[in-house]
Design a protein around this ligand. Structure first.
Ligand code: FEO
Ligand code: CA
Ligand code: CA
Ligand code: CA
Length: 599
Protein backbone atom coordinates (compact mmCIF):
# COMPACT_ATOMS: atom_id res chain seq x y z
CA UNK A 1 0.00 0.00 0.00
CA UNK A 2 1.04 3.61 -0.53
CA UNK A 3 2.84 4.94 2.49
CA UNK A 4 4.14 1.50 3.44
CA UNK A 5 7.81 1.33 4.32
CA UNK A 6 8.67 0.02 0.87
CA UNK A 7 7.20 3.16 -0.71
CA UNK A 8 9.32 6.27 -0.23
CA UNK A 9 6.39 8.58 -1.03
CA UNK A 10 4.48 10.31 1.76
CA UNK A 11 1.37 10.52 -0.42
CA UNK A 12 -1.33 8.14 0.67
CA UNK A 13 -3.87 7.36 -2.01
CA UNK A 14 -4.52 4.67 -4.60
CA UNK A 15 -3.72 5.52 -8.22
CA UNK A 16 -6.49 5.24 -10.83
CA UNK A 17 -5.77 3.50 -14.16
CA UNK A 18 -3.31 5.56 -16.22
CA UNK A 19 -5.53 5.22 -19.26
CA UNK A 20 -7.59 7.53 -21.45
CA UNK A 21 -11.34 7.02 -20.99
CA UNK A 22 -14.40 9.05 -21.96
CA UNK A 23 -15.08 9.63 -18.27
CA UNK A 24 -13.13 10.97 -15.32
CA UNK A 25 -11.31 8.56 -12.99
CA UNK A 26 -10.71 9.49 -9.37
CA UNK A 27 -8.45 7.73 -6.91
CA UNK A 28 -10.38 4.93 -5.19
CA UNK A 29 -11.82 6.14 -1.89
CA UNK A 30 -12.51 9.62 -3.28
CA UNK A 31 -15.50 11.29 -4.86
CA UNK A 32 -15.26 13.60 -7.87
CA UNK A 33 -18.40 15.72 -7.73
CA UNK A 34 -19.22 17.76 -10.83
CA UNK A 35 -19.93 21.07 -9.13
CA UNK A 36 -20.64 23.47 -11.98
CA UNK A 37 -20.71 23.03 -15.75
CA UNK A 38 -20.73 25.32 -18.77
CA UNK A 39 -24.22 26.82 -18.98
CA UNK A 40 -25.17 26.27 -15.33
CA UNK A 41 -26.71 29.18 -13.48
CA UNK A 42 -24.39 31.79 -12.02
CA UNK A 43 -26.92 34.60 -11.58
CA UNK A 44 -30.24 33.74 -9.93
CA UNK A 45 -32.26 34.88 -12.95
CA UNK A 46 -30.26 32.88 -15.50
CA UNK A 47 -32.38 30.67 -17.75
CA UNK A 48 -31.89 26.91 -17.68
CA UNK A 49 -29.19 25.89 -20.17
CA UNK A 50 -30.49 24.77 -23.55
CA UNK A 51 -27.67 24.06 -26.01
CA UNK A 52 -30.04 24.42 -28.98
CA UNK A 53 -31.37 27.77 -27.80
CA UNK A 54 -28.40 29.81 -26.62
CA UNK A 55 -28.07 33.57 -26.44
CA UNK A 56 -25.38 35.99 -25.32
CA UNK A 57 -27.81 37.46 -22.76
CA UNK A 58 -28.30 34.00 -21.22
CA UNK A 59 -24.59 33.15 -21.38
CA UNK A 60 -23.72 36.32 -19.50
CA UNK A 61 -25.67 34.90 -16.55
CA UNK A 62 -24.42 31.33 -16.92
CA UNK A 63 -21.12 29.62 -16.19
CA UNK A 64 -18.76 30.28 -19.09
CA UNK A 65 -16.68 27.94 -21.22
CA UNK A 66 -13.27 26.31 -20.74
CA UNK A 67 -12.74 26.75 -17.02
CA UNK A 68 -9.04 27.13 -16.24
CA UNK A 69 -7.72 28.79 -13.03
CA UNK A 70 -9.74 28.07 -9.88
CA UNK A 71 -9.47 29.94 -6.56
CA UNK A 72 -11.38 29.11 -3.40
CA UNK A 73 -11.87 32.34 -1.44
CA UNK A 74 -13.27 31.61 2.03
CA UNK A 75 -16.28 33.36 3.51
CA UNK A 76 -16.08 35.48 5.49
CA UNK A 77 -13.22 37.37 3.83
CA UNK A 78 -9.89 36.77 5.49
CA UNK A 79 -11.04 33.57 7.24
CA UNK A 80 -9.73 30.03 6.75
CA UNK A 81 -13.23 28.62 6.38
CA UNK A 82 -13.11 25.41 4.35
CA UNK A 83 -16.84 24.80 4.09
CA UNK A 84 -18.13 28.05 2.63
CA UNK A 85 -16.59 30.41 0.14
CA UNK A 86 -16.45 31.91 -3.31
CA UNK A 87 -15.34 29.77 -6.20
CA UNK A 88 -13.55 32.06 -8.65
CA UNK A 89 -13.00 30.51 -12.05
CA UNK A 90 -11.39 31.70 -15.28
CA UNK A 91 -13.22 30.98 -18.51
CA UNK A 92 -10.25 30.98 -20.82
CA UNK A 93 -11.47 30.31 -24.35
CA UNK A 94 -14.17 28.63 -26.43
CA UNK A 95 -14.55 25.61 -28.72
CA UNK A 96 -17.32 26.75 -31.09
CA UNK A 97 -17.34 23.40 -32.91
CA UNK A 98 -18.43 21.77 -29.63
CA UNK A 99 -20.74 24.60 -28.52
CA UNK A 100 -22.91 24.95 -31.63
CA UNK A 101 -24.29 22.40 -34.09
CA UNK A 102 -23.09 22.51 -37.69
CA UNK A 103 -19.60 23.93 -37.17
CA UNK A 104 -16.24 22.28 -37.74
CA UNK A 105 -13.01 22.94 -35.87
CA UNK A 106 -11.14 24.31 -38.84
CA UNK A 107 -14.11 26.03 -40.51
CA UNK A 108 -15.79 27.69 -37.51
CA UNK A 109 -14.19 31.13 -37.97
CA UNK A 110 -15.91 31.49 -41.35
CA UNK A 111 -19.05 29.49 -40.51
CA UNK A 112 -20.12 31.43 -37.43
CA UNK A 113 -22.75 34.14 -37.26
CA UNK A 114 -22.77 37.24 -35.07
CA UNK A 115 -25.05 35.75 -32.42
CA UNK A 116 -22.69 32.81 -31.99
CA UNK A 117 -19.64 35.08 -31.85
CA UNK A 118 -21.30 37.12 -29.08
CA UNK A 119 -22.19 33.96 -27.15
CA UNK A 120 -18.49 33.11 -27.31
CA UNK A 121 -17.58 36.57 -26.04
CA UNK A 122 -20.04 36.15 -23.19
CA UNK A 123 -18.60 32.69 -22.41
CA UNK A 124 -15.11 34.19 -21.90
CA UNK A 125 -13.90 35.91 -18.76
CA UNK A 126 -14.51 34.81 -15.22
CA UNK A 127 -17.22 33.48 -12.90
CA UNK A 128 -17.67 34.00 -9.18
CA UNK A 129 -20.09 31.64 -7.41
CA UNK A 130 -20.80 31.22 -3.72
CA UNK A 131 -20.51 27.57 -2.68
CA UNK A 132 -21.24 25.72 0.53
CA UNK A 133 -20.29 22.25 1.75
CA UNK A 134 -23.24 20.17 2.95
CA UNK A 135 -23.71 16.57 4.06
CA UNK A 136 -24.49 15.71 0.41
CA UNK A 137 -21.47 17.50 -1.00
CA UNK A 138 -20.72 20.97 -2.33
CA UNK A 139 -23.60 23.16 -3.48
CA UNK A 140 -23.79 26.38 -5.47
CA UNK A 141 -25.73 29.09 -3.62
CA UNK A 142 -27.84 30.24 -6.57
CA UNK A 143 -29.38 33.26 -4.86
CA UNK A 144 -26.02 34.64 -3.68
CA UNK A 145 -25.36 38.36 -3.97
CA UNK A 146 -21.71 37.53 -4.69
CA UNK A 147 -22.43 35.56 -7.86
CA UNK A 148 -21.03 37.36 -10.84
CA UNK A 149 -20.07 36.94 -14.48
CA UNK A 150 -17.25 38.92 -16.01
CA UNK A 151 -17.17 38.64 -19.79
CA UNK A 152 -15.32 39.76 -22.91
CA UNK A 153 -18.55 41.19 -24.29
CA UNK A 154 -19.66 43.76 -21.76
CA UNK A 155 -17.71 44.04 -18.49
CA UNK A 156 -16.12 47.49 -18.03
CA UNK A 157 -12.58 47.51 -16.64
CA UNK A 158 -9.97 50.11 -15.97
CA UNK A 159 -6.23 50.04 -16.46
CA UNK A 160 -3.78 51.54 -13.96
CA UNK A 161 -0.03 51.99 -13.76
CA UNK A 162 2.36 53.53 -16.31
CA UNK A 163 0.51 52.34 -19.44
CA UNK A 164 -2.85 53.79 -18.33
CA UNK A 165 -3.90 56.66 -20.54
CA UNK A 166 -0.95 56.25 -22.89
CA UNK A 167 -1.50 57.18 -26.54
CA UNK A 168 -0.79 53.58 -27.56
CA UNK A 169 -3.89 52.43 -25.63
CA UNK A 170 -6.34 55.01 -27.01
CA UNK A 171 -9.16 53.91 -29.30
CA UNK A 172 -12.22 55.46 -30.94
CA UNK A 173 -14.41 54.04 -28.18
CA UNK A 174 -11.98 55.08 -25.45
CA UNK A 175 -10.07 58.29 -26.18
CA UNK A 176 -8.80 58.25 -22.57
CA UNK A 177 -6.88 54.95 -22.95
CA UNK A 178 -8.15 53.95 -19.51
CA UNK A 179 -11.47 52.16 -20.00
CA UNK A 180 -11.45 48.69 -21.52
CA UNK A 181 -14.32 46.33 -22.23
CA UNK A 182 -13.65 42.80 -21.12
CA UNK A 183 -10.85 40.35 -20.62
CA UNK A 184 -9.85 37.39 -22.81
CA UNK A 185 -7.94 34.14 -22.62
CA UNK A 186 -7.44 34.19 -18.87
CA UNK A 187 -5.44 31.07 -18.20
CA UNK A 188 -3.96 30.58 -14.74
CA UNK A 189 -4.04 33.25 -12.05
CA UNK A 190 -3.29 33.89 -8.43
CA UNK A 191 -4.70 35.08 -5.13
CA UNK A 192 -3.43 38.14 -3.29
CA UNK A 193 -2.92 38.16 0.48
CA UNK A 194 -5.60 40.87 0.69
CA UNK A 195 -8.30 38.63 -0.78
CA UNK A 196 -8.45 39.62 -4.42
CA UNK A 197 -7.93 37.39 -7.42
CA UNK A 198 -5.41 38.00 -10.20
CA UNK A 199 -6.31 36.63 -13.60
CA UNK A 200 -3.82 36.61 -16.44
CA UNK A 201 -4.51 37.32 -20.10
CA UNK A 202 -2.60 34.74 -22.13
CA UNK A 203 -3.10 34.07 -25.86
CA UNK A 204 -4.92 37.34 -26.57
CA UNK A 205 -3.26 37.56 -30.00
CA UNK A 206 -5.64 34.92 -31.36
CA UNK A 207 -8.65 37.21 -31.20
CA UNK A 208 -7.49 39.97 -33.55
CA UNK A 209 -8.08 40.06 -37.28
CA UNK A 210 -6.52 42.38 -39.84
CA UNK A 211 -2.99 42.65 -41.18
CA UNK A 212 -0.36 44.25 -38.93
CA UNK A 213 1.86 45.07 -41.94
CA UNK A 214 2.32 48.81 -42.26
CA UNK A 215 0.76 49.65 -38.89
CA UNK A 216 2.82 51.65 -36.36
CA UNK A 217 2.51 48.69 -33.98
CA UNK A 218 3.48 46.05 -36.58
CA UNK A 219 6.68 44.90 -34.83
CA UNK A 220 4.99 44.84 -31.41
CA UNK A 221 2.07 42.81 -32.75
CA UNK A 222 4.24 40.37 -34.71
CA UNK A 223 6.33 39.68 -31.62
CA UNK A 224 3.10 38.59 -29.91
CA UNK A 225 1.82 36.48 -32.78
CA UNK A 226 -0.78 38.78 -34.33
CA UNK A 227 -0.40 37.62 -37.89
CA UNK A 228 -3.37 38.93 -39.82
CA UNK A 229 -5.28 35.68 -39.39
CA UNK A 230 -7.56 35.38 -36.38
CA UNK A 231 -8.53 32.12 -34.73
CA UNK A 232 -11.87 33.75 -33.86
CA UNK A 233 -14.66 35.29 -35.94
CA UNK A 234 -15.09 38.29 -33.65
CA UNK A 235 -13.33 40.80 -35.90
CA UNK A 236 -15.99 40.17 -38.57
CA UNK A 237 -18.68 41.53 -36.24
CA UNK A 238 -16.89 43.85 -33.80
CA UNK A 239 -14.58 46.44 -35.30
CA UNK A 240 -12.42 46.67 -32.20
CA UNK A 241 -11.03 43.21 -32.92
CA UNK A 242 -9.92 44.29 -36.41
CA UNK A 243 -6.52 45.95 -36.08
CA UNK A 244 -6.85 47.71 -39.42
CA UNK A 245 -9.89 49.54 -38.03
CA UNK A 246 -8.86 49.85 -34.37
CA UNK A 247 -5.08 49.58 -34.41
CA UNK A 248 -4.47 50.05 -30.67
CA UNK A 249 -6.99 47.56 -29.28
CA UNK A 250 -4.45 44.69 -28.82
CA UNK A 251 -2.39 46.93 -26.53
CA UNK A 252 -5.33 46.82 -24.12
CA UNK A 253 -4.93 43.06 -23.62
CA UNK A 254 -2.11 40.84 -22.37
CA UNK A 255 -2.25 42.26 -18.84
CA UNK A 256 -2.87 40.92 -15.36
CA UNK A 257 -6.35 41.81 -14.10
CA UNK A 258 -7.24 42.20 -10.42
CA UNK A 259 -10.77 41.31 -9.33
CA UNK A 260 -12.31 41.72 -5.88
CA UNK A 261 -14.72 38.78 -5.68
CA UNK A 262 -16.08 39.94 -2.32
CA UNK A 263 -17.46 43.12 -3.91
CA UNK A 264 -19.66 42.16 -6.86
CA UNK A 265 -19.91 45.80 -7.93
CA UNK A 266 -16.15 46.32 -8.06
CA UNK A 267 -14.59 47.23 -11.40
CA UNK A 268 -11.79 44.84 -12.47
CA UNK A 269 -8.43 46.58 -12.86
CA UNK A 270 -5.72 45.76 -15.40
CA UNK A 271 -2.43 46.36 -13.57
CA UNK A 272 0.00 47.49 -16.26
CA UNK A 273 3.02 47.45 -13.91
CA UNK A 274 3.07 43.64 -14.24
CA UNK A 275 3.84 43.85 -17.95
CA UNK A 276 2.20 42.75 -21.15
CA UNK A 277 2.88 39.31 -22.58
CA UNK A 278 1.14 35.91 -22.73
CA UNK A 279 0.76 35.80 -18.98
CA UNK A 280 0.42 32.37 -17.50
CA UNK A 281 -0.49 32.86 -13.87
CA UNK A 282 0.29 35.70 -11.47
CA UNK A 283 1.02 34.11 -8.12
CA UNK A 284 1.74 36.11 -4.98
CA UNK A 285 3.96 35.66 -2.00
CA UNK A 286 4.78 38.10 0.78
CA UNK A 287 8.55 38.40 1.26
CA UNK A 288 9.93 38.49 4.82
CA UNK A 289 10.32 42.28 4.56
CA UNK A 290 6.62 42.73 3.67
CA UNK A 291 7.04 43.48 -0.03
CA UNK A 292 4.70 41.48 -2.25
CA UNK A 293 6.20 39.40 -5.05
CA UNK A 294 4.22 38.21 -8.10
CA UNK A 295 5.61 35.47 -10.35
CA UNK A 296 4.43 34.92 -13.92
CA UNK A 297 5.39 32.80 -16.90
CA UNK A 298 5.08 33.82 -20.55
CA UNK A 299 3.74 30.70 -22.19
CA UNK A 300 5.34 30.35 -25.56
CA UNK A 301 8.40 28.47 -26.78
CA UNK A 302 11.61 30.37 -25.90
CA UNK A 303 9.84 32.96 -23.75
CA UNK A 304 10.71 34.11 -20.26
CA UNK A 305 9.91 33.96 -16.54
CA UNK A 306 9.01 37.24 -14.82
CA UNK A 307 8.88 38.58 -11.29
CA UNK A 308 7.22 41.75 -10.02
CA UNK A 309 8.12 43.24 -6.63
CA UNK A 310 5.90 45.92 -5.09
CA UNK A 311 7.53 49.12 -3.84
CA UNK A 312 5.20 49.21 -0.84
CA UNK A 313 4.66 46.67 1.90
CA UNK A 314 1.68 44.46 2.63
CA UNK A 315 -0.52 45.67 5.47
CA UNK A 316 -2.09 42.63 7.16
CA UNK A 317 -4.04 44.79 9.60
CA UNK A 318 -5.86 46.87 7.01
CA UNK A 319 -6.74 44.88 3.89
CA UNK A 320 -8.12 47.94 2.08
CA UNK A 321 -4.74 49.67 2.42
CA UNK A 322 -3.31 47.15 -0.07
CA UNK A 323 -5.79 48.06 -2.79
CA UNK A 324 -3.33 49.74 -5.15
CA UNK A 325 -0.15 48.03 -3.97
CA UNK A 326 0.34 46.43 -7.40
CA UNK A 327 0.49 49.81 -9.14
CA UNK A 328 4.03 50.60 -8.01
CA UNK A 329 7.07 48.36 -8.16
CA UNK A 330 9.65 46.76 -10.41
CA UNK A 331 9.12 44.08 -13.03
CA UNK A 332 12.13 41.92 -13.78
CA UNK A 333 12.94 38.89 -15.92
CA UNK A 334 15.00 35.78 -15.21
CA UNK A 335 18.47 35.23 -16.64
CA UNK A 336 19.72 31.75 -15.77
CA UNK A 337 23.32 30.62 -15.61
CA UNK A 338 24.47 27.05 -16.02
CA UNK A 339 26.39 27.32 -12.75
CA UNK A 340 23.05 27.05 -10.92
CA UNK A 341 22.44 30.73 -10.34
CA UNK A 342 19.85 33.07 -11.74
CA UNK A 343 19.59 36.87 -11.79
CA UNK A 344 16.46 38.96 -11.93
CA UNK A 345 17.09 41.70 -14.47
CA UNK A 346 14.97 44.83 -13.95
CA UNK A 347 12.88 46.13 -16.83
CA UNK A 348 13.10 49.81 -15.98
CA UNK A 349 12.99 52.65 -18.52
CA UNK A 350 16.34 54.39 -18.79
CA UNK A 351 18.33 51.48 -17.39
CA UNK A 352 20.66 49.48 -19.65
CA UNK A 353 19.31 49.17 -23.18
CA UNK A 354 15.77 50.35 -22.31
CA UNK A 355 16.28 53.83 -23.71
CA UNK A 356 15.06 56.05 -26.57
CA UNK A 357 17.91 54.69 -28.71
CA UNK A 358 16.00 51.41 -28.71
CA UNK A 359 12.58 52.97 -29.19
CA UNK A 360 11.49 53.21 -25.55
CA UNK A 361 10.30 56.70 -24.54
CA UNK A 362 8.89 55.81 -21.13
CA UNK A 363 8.11 52.97 -18.71
CA UNK A 364 4.78 52.61 -20.53
CA UNK A 365 6.68 51.59 -23.67
CA UNK A 366 8.75 49.09 -21.69
CA UNK A 367 5.57 47.50 -20.30
CA UNK A 368 3.62 47.51 -23.58
CA UNK A 369 6.56 45.74 -25.24
CA UNK A 370 7.71 43.66 -22.30
CA UNK A 371 9.02 40.86 -24.49
CA UNK A 372 11.26 43.14 -26.53
CA UNK A 373 12.58 44.77 -23.37
CA UNK A 374 13.35 41.31 -21.96
CA UNK A 375 15.12 40.31 -25.20
CA UNK A 376 17.35 43.38 -24.95
CA UNK A 377 18.41 42.81 -21.34
CA UNK A 378 19.35 39.20 -22.13
CA UNK A 379 16.69 37.05 -20.46
CA UNK A 380 16.93 33.26 -20.83
CA UNK A 381 14.56 31.64 -23.36
CA UNK A 382 12.73 28.76 -21.67
CA UNK A 383 10.61 25.77 -22.72
CA UNK A 384 7.16 27.41 -22.47
CA UNK A 385 6.86 28.73 -18.89
CA UNK A 386 3.39 28.02 -17.55
CA UNK A 387 2.58 28.18 -13.84
CA UNK A 388 5.19 29.65 -11.47
CA UNK A 389 4.33 29.29 -7.77
CA UNK A 390 6.04 29.72 -4.42
CA UNK A 391 5.84 26.76 -2.05
CA UNK A 392 4.49 28.03 1.30
CA UNK A 393 6.46 25.38 3.23
CA UNK A 394 9.97 25.27 1.76
CA UNK A 395 9.95 28.72 0.13
CA UNK A 396 11.17 27.47 -3.23
CA UNK A 397 9.48 28.61 -6.43
CA UNK A 398 8.25 25.92 -8.83
CA UNK A 399 8.20 26.53 -12.57
CA UNK A 400 6.15 24.32 -14.90
CA UNK A 401 7.91 24.26 -18.30
CA UNK A 402 5.27 22.51 -20.30
CA UNK A 403 7.22 21.49 -23.46
CA UNK A 404 9.07 22.91 -26.45
CA UNK A 405 9.36 20.62 -29.41
CA UNK A 406 11.18 23.32 -31.39
CA UNK A 407 14.31 23.48 -29.23
CA UNK A 408 17.24 22.31 -31.35
CA UNK A 409 20.17 20.22 -30.07
CA UNK A 410 22.49 23.25 -30.27
CA UNK A 411 20.05 25.23 -28.09
CA UNK A 412 20.02 22.96 -25.04
CA UNK A 413 21.43 24.07 -21.70
CA UNK A 414 21.22 22.83 -18.12
CA UNK A 415 17.94 24.71 -17.53
CA UNK A 416 16.32 23.38 -20.70
CA UNK A 417 18.31 20.17 -21.13
CA UNK A 418 16.42 18.36 -23.89
CA UNK A 419 16.15 19.10 -27.59
CA UNK A 420 12.66 18.64 -29.02
CA UNK A 421 11.29 18.65 -25.45
CA UNK A 422 7.94 16.94 -25.92
CA UNK A 423 7.18 16.18 -22.27
CA UNK A 424 8.26 19.25 -20.32
CA UNK A 425 10.07 19.64 -17.02
CA UNK A 426 9.85 21.31 -13.63
CA UNK A 427 12.44 23.68 -12.20
CA UNK A 428 12.85 24.85 -8.63
CA UNK A 429 14.02 28.42 -8.06
CA UNK A 430 15.72 28.86 -4.69
CA UNK A 431 15.54 32.31 -3.14
CA UNK A 432 18.30 32.97 -0.59
CA UNK A 433 17.38 31.23 2.64
CA UNK A 434 16.02 28.07 1.02
CA UNK A 435 19.19 26.25 0.01
CA UNK A 436 18.97 24.08 3.06
CA UNK A 437 15.29 23.50 2.39
CA UNK A 438 14.60 25.28 5.65
CA UNK A 439 11.47 27.01 4.80
CA UNK A 440 9.27 29.76 3.60
CA UNK A 441 9.51 32.29 6.45
CA UNK A 442 13.01 33.34 5.48
CA UNK A 443 12.86 32.92 1.70
CA UNK A 444 14.18 36.19 0.28
CA UNK A 445 11.86 36.46 -2.73
CA UNK A 446 12.99 40.04 -3.34
CA UNK A 447 16.68 39.13 -3.76
CA UNK A 448 18.41 39.90 -7.06
CA UNK A 449 20.06 36.50 -7.24
CA UNK A 450 18.55 33.04 -6.70
CA UNK A 451 19.83 29.50 -7.21
CA UNK A 452 17.95 26.91 -9.26
CA UNK A 453 17.64 23.11 -9.54
CA UNK A 454 15.83 20.64 -11.78
CA UNK A 455 13.03 18.81 -9.91
CA UNK A 456 12.10 16.41 -12.70
CA UNK A 457 12.15 15.87 -16.44
CA UNK A 458 8.78 14.50 -17.53
CA UNK A 459 8.20 11.67 -20.00
CA UNK A 460 8.11 7.92 -19.65
CA UNK A 461 11.09 6.64 -17.61
CA UNK A 462 10.67 3.23 -19.25
CA UNK A 463 11.40 4.77 -22.68
CA UNK A 464 15.10 5.74 -22.68
CA UNK A 465 14.63 8.01 -25.69
CA UNK A 466 12.34 10.28 -23.66
CA UNK A 467 15.26 11.21 -21.42
CA UNK A 468 12.94 11.44 -18.40
CA UNK A 469 14.32 11.94 -14.91
CA UNK A 470 12.37 11.33 -11.70
CA UNK A 471 12.77 9.43 -8.46
CA UNK A 472 14.12 5.99 -9.48
CA UNK A 473 10.98 4.22 -8.17
CA UNK A 474 8.63 6.17 -10.45
CA UNK A 475 7.94 3.43 -13.00
CA UNK A 476 7.27 0.88 -10.28
CA UNK A 477 5.49 2.88 -7.59
CA UNK A 478 4.30 6.06 -9.28
CA UNK A 479 3.29 7.20 -12.72
CA UNK A 480 4.89 9.28 -15.43
CA UNK A 481 3.49 12.54 -16.67
CA UNK A 482 3.67 14.78 -19.71
CA UNK A 483 3.22 18.55 -20.06
CA UNK A 484 3.03 19.92 -16.51
CA UNK A 485 0.95 23.10 -16.64
CA UNK A 486 -0.60 24.24 -13.35
CA UNK A 487 0.31 23.45 -9.77
CA UNK A 488 -0.54 24.05 -6.15
CA UNK A 489 0.76 22.92 -2.77
CA UNK A 490 -0.88 21.13 0.11
CA UNK A 491 -0.32 22.15 3.71
CA UNK A 492 2.70 19.84 3.90
CA UNK A 493 4.30 21.60 0.94
CA UNK A 494 3.82 18.70 -1.44
CA UNK A 495 3.46 19.62 -5.08
CA UNK A 496 0.19 18.91 -6.92
CA UNK A 497 0.59 19.15 -10.68
CA UNK A 498 -2.00 19.25 -13.44
CA UNK A 499 -1.12 18.46 -17.03
CA UNK A 500 -2.07 19.68 -20.50
CA UNK A 501 -0.76 17.66 -23.42
CA UNK A 502 -3.14 19.12 -25.98
CA UNK A 503 -3.35 17.06 -29.13
CA UNK A 504 -0.23 15.10 -28.05
CA UNK A 505 -2.50 13.11 -25.70
CA UNK A 506 -3.42 10.67 -28.46
CA UNK A 507 0.29 10.04 -29.11
CA UNK A 508 1.38 9.57 -25.49
CA UNK A 509 -1.59 7.33 -24.70
CA UNK A 510 -1.93 8.75 -21.17
CA UNK A 511 -4.70 11.04 -19.95
CA UNK A 512 -4.19 14.50 -18.58
CA UNK A 513 -4.93 14.80 -14.90
CA UNK A 514 -3.59 15.41 -11.41
CA UNK A 515 -0.23 14.14 -10.14
CA UNK A 516 1.31 14.78 -6.73
CA UNK A 517 4.84 14.38 -5.45
CA UNK A 518 7.00 15.07 -2.46
CA UNK A 519 9.59 17.78 -3.01
CA UNK A 520 11.76 16.76 -0.08
CA UNK A 521 12.64 13.58 1.75
CA UNK A 522 12.87 10.05 0.39
CA UNK A 523 9.96 10.49 -2.04
CA UNK A 524 11.23 13.63 -3.77
CA UNK A 525 10.16 13.71 -7.45
CA UNK A 526 8.16 10.48 -7.28
CA UNK A 527 4.83 11.43 -8.94
CA UNK A 528 1.67 9.63 -7.90
CA UNK A 529 -1.33 9.77 -10.20
CA UNK A 530 -4.54 10.99 -8.52
CA UNK A 531 -7.17 11.89 -11.10
CA UNK A 532 -7.66 11.28 -14.84
CA UNK A 533 -9.50 13.74 -17.04
CA UNK A 534 -12.01 12.50 -19.58
CA UNK A 535 -10.73 12.16 -23.14
CA UNK A 536 -9.19 15.16 -24.88
CA UNK A 537 -9.54 17.39 -21.80
CA UNK A 538 -6.71 19.17 -20.04
CA UNK A 539 -6.58 19.52 -16.29
CA UNK A 540 -6.68 22.98 -14.77
CA UNK A 541 -7.17 24.47 -11.32
CA UNK A 542 -6.05 22.96 -8.95
CA UNK A 543 -7.06 24.58 -5.65
CA UNK A 544 -7.35 23.16 -2.14
CA UNK A 545 -9.61 24.39 0.62
CA UNK A 546 -7.51 25.61 3.57
CA UNK A 547 -8.12 22.30 5.41
CA UNK A 548 -7.01 20.26 2.34
CA UNK A 549 -10.20 18.19 2.57
CA UNK A 550 -11.43 19.37 -0.85
CA UNK A 551 -9.42 19.73 -4.04
CA UNK A 552 -11.11 21.69 -6.82
CA UNK A 553 -10.00 20.92 -10.36
CA UNK A 554 -11.21 22.24 -13.69
CA UNK A 555 -11.78 19.90 -16.62
CA UNK A 556 -11.11 22.03 -19.67
CA UNK A 557 -12.14 21.32 -23.27
CA UNK A 558 -13.38 17.71 -22.86
CA UNK A 559 -13.79 16.29 -26.35
CA UNK A 560 -11.43 18.78 -28.04
CA UNK A 561 -10.20 16.69 -30.93
CA UNK A 562 -9.66 17.50 -34.60
CA UNK A 563 -12.78 15.62 -35.69
CA UNK A 564 -14.99 16.30 -32.68
CA UNK A 565 -18.20 18.27 -33.24
CA UNK A 566 -21.33 19.23 -31.30
CA UNK A 567 -23.16 16.24 -32.75
CA UNK A 568 -20.25 13.78 -32.73
CA UNK A 569 -17.93 14.65 -29.84
CA UNK A 570 -15.18 12.30 -28.67
CA UNK A 571 -16.83 12.28 -25.21
CA UNK A 572 -20.09 13.59 -23.80
CA UNK A 573 -18.73 14.01 -20.30
CA UNK A 574 -20.14 14.92 -17.82
CA UNK A 575 -23.80 14.55 -18.82
CA UNK A 576 -23.53 11.62 -21.24
CA UNK A 577 -26.84 12.66 -22.74
CA UNK A 578 -27.37 12.58 -26.50
CA UNK A 579 -28.91 16.04 -26.34
CA UNK A 580 -25.92 17.55 -24.56
CA UNK A 581 -22.41 18.21 -25.91
CA UNK A 582 -19.43 17.75 -23.59
CA UNK A 583 -19.21 20.52 -20.99
CA UNK A 584 -16.14 21.99 -19.32
CA UNK A 585 -16.80 21.67 -15.59
CA UNK A 586 -15.29 22.22 -12.17
CA UNK A 587 -15.01 19.05 -10.06
CA UNK A 588 -14.82 19.01 -6.24
CA UNK A 589 -12.77 16.04 -5.06
CA UNK A 590 -13.24 14.84 -1.47
CA UNK A 591 -12.25 11.73 0.43
CA UNK A 592 -15.13 9.36 1.19
CA UNK A 593 -14.12 9.36 4.85
CA UNK A 594 -13.84 13.15 4.92
CA UNK A 595 -10.10 13.06 5.53
CA UNK A 596 -7.23 15.18 4.32
CA UNK A 597 -6.41 14.54 0.67
CA UNK A 598 -2.99 12.94 0.29
CA UNK A 599 -2.90 12.02 4.00
FE1 FEO B 1 -3.61 28.57 -21.34
FE2 FEO B 1 -0.44 28.30 -21.06
O1 FEO B 1 -2.06 27.57 -21.01
CA1 CA C 1 -5.86 26.04 -20.80
CA1 CA D 1 -2.10 26.78 -18.69
CA1 CA E 1 -0.98 24.48 -21.35
Amino acid sequence: AAGASSDPSSLQFAQPPHKIEQYQQVSTGHRGQVLIRWGDKVLADAPAFDPLNQSAAAQEKQFGYNNDFVAFMPLPRGSKNSGHGLLCVNQEYTNPELMFPGLTKTGAVKQMNQAQAEIEMAAHGHSVVEIRKTAEGWQVVESSQYNRRISALSTPMTITGPAAGHARLKTKADPTGRHIIGTINNCAGGVTPWGTVLIAEENFNNYFGGDPEGLPEAANYKRLGIKGKSAYSWSRFHERFDIEKEPNEPNRFGWVVEIDPYDPKSVPVKRSTLGRFKHEAATCVVAPNGQVVVYSGDDEAFEYIYRFVTAGKYNANNLAANRDLLDTGVLSVAKFSEDGSLRWLPLVFGQGPLTPANGFQSQADVLIETRRAADLVGATPMDRPEDVEANPVNGRVYVMLTNNTTRKPEQINKMNPRASNAYGHILELLPPGTQGNDGAPIAQHTADEFRWEVLLLAGNPSEPKHGAKYHPDTAEKGNWMAAPDNCCFDNRGRLWITTDQGSAQSKSGIPDGVYACDVSGAGRALPKFFYACPKDAEMCGPAFTPDNRTLFVAVQHPGEDADSTFNAPSTRWPDFSRSMPPRPSVVAITRNDGGVIGG
